[in-house]
Write a protein that binds this ligand. Structure first.
Ligand code: ZN
Length: 115
């Protein structure tokens, strides 16, 4: 795996994950601002439980995006240390199409199925 190409791919994925995170944070702010107009009584207010559900969904997606950003940081470190693209379980090279689709991949497709 060409380290220059690897870095470029990781950086692209990082900026995509970062902008997704920012948009989720903006959505969260909108939901919180909107919920100030309704009561906090989720049980008796159908609108309130919808907001709670939407809020939980956005928080979940934002956490996923945060994990992805961290994983991509770790991938950049592996490029620096020369271990990028090597399966952390079996030590074989991770197939290029897999790294292209998932630049932060730590395991080859065979080991992934073992999980
Ligand atoms: Zn493997």
């Amino acid at each position: 795996m060409d380290p220059v190409e690897a870095r470029r791919r990781i950086a692209d994925a990082q900026s995509a994950a970062q902008s997704r995170l920012e948009s989720l944070r903006a959505q969260f702010d909108v939901i919180v601002a909107g919920s100030e107009w309704t009561t906090d009584d989720d049980e008796h207010d159908p609108e309130g439980s919808t907001i709670a559900f939407e809020r939980a969904k956005v928080i979940g997606l934002a956490r996923d995006a945060e994990v992805e950003v961290r994983e991509l940081d770790a991938a950049q470190e592996r490029v620096a240390s020369g271990s990028y693209g090597v399966c952390e379980r079996c030590g074989s090279a991770i197939a290029d199409p897999r790294l292209e689709a998932l630049p932060a991949a730590r395991r080859c497709i065979v080991c992934l199925r073992l999980r």
